[in-house]
Design a protein around this ligand. Structure first.
Ligand SMILES: CC(C)(COP(=O)(O)OP(=O)(O)OC[C@H]1O[C@@H](n2cnc3c(N)ncnc32)[C@H](O)[C@@H]1OP(=O)(O)O)[C@@H](O)C(=O)NCCC(=O)NCCS
Length: 169
């Protein structure tokens, strides 16, 4: 059974393993070197309740994670977050990514965030389509801003407004 829940510090090694696999094999992240557990611990502890991290657990094993991170340290951006979404390679195409994405959007809403931004590398059609399907809109393309695996890559910017009424808390 699939369970989506808030991440705990004990999940960090599974989260890191899934992330580092994507670092080495994909352009989903523009990190090019695997993260150490210590770097990941700082990332985890720095999140706080406003910027959730969720994991997908299948039969007690963490098989994916999603997070909303601070978009910028500048105060006026405090209700804008950037999404990350990763599913273990051997567990993809089973609906886990969609579940995580839907839940992290809800978690962002509950946390009082106003908008979520996604930066998606060119060619990642699965991710682009998945984000579209939960209401993310295309807002632009940054041309050739990344370089990985020997080539320059465009980044597609997508965005979802969580409280279109603009009512702020
Ligand atoms: C993107 C990612 C999170 C999707 O996770 P997933 O668990 O495989 O996704 P799901 O099984 O929920 O599928 C979501 C949708 O994409 C479609 N899909 C998934 N993989 C696909 C593929 N390889 N080819 C075509 N369609 C695909 C599914 O059919 C599904 O559509 P539907 O709900 O309309 O049927 C996963 O592929 C991944 O971790 N990729 C590497 C990291 C990454 O790219 N992260 C996003 C960074 S912006």
């Amino acid at each position: 059974m699939l369970k989506i829940r808030q991440a705990k510090l004990e999940d960090l090694s599974a989260i890191t393993e899934i992330y580092n696999d994507a670092v080495l094999k994909t352009v989903a992240t523009f990190d090019t070197e695997p993260k150490t557990i210590e770097e990941q611990r700082r990332w985890f502890v720095g999140h706080g309740s406003k910027y959730p991290i969720l994991v997908a657990e299948q039969d007690g094993i963490v098989v994916g994670w999603a997070s909303l991170s601070k978009w910028s340290g500048r105060c006026a951006y405090s209700r804008t977050a950037e999404i990350s979404l990763y599913v273990r390679e051997d567990c993809r195409r089973k609906g886990i990514g969609r579940n995580l994405l839907e839940e992290i959007v809800q978690a962002g809403q509950k946390a009082g965030l106003h908008t979520i931004v996604a930066r998606i590398a060119e060619g990642n059609e699965v991710s682009i389509r998945l984000h579209e399907s939960v209401g993310f809109e295309h807002i632009g393309v940054m041309k050739e801003v990344g370089r990985k695996f020997g080539r320059f890559l465009d980044v597609h910017l997508m965005q979802k407004i969580l409280d279109p009424s603009g009512i702020s808390r």
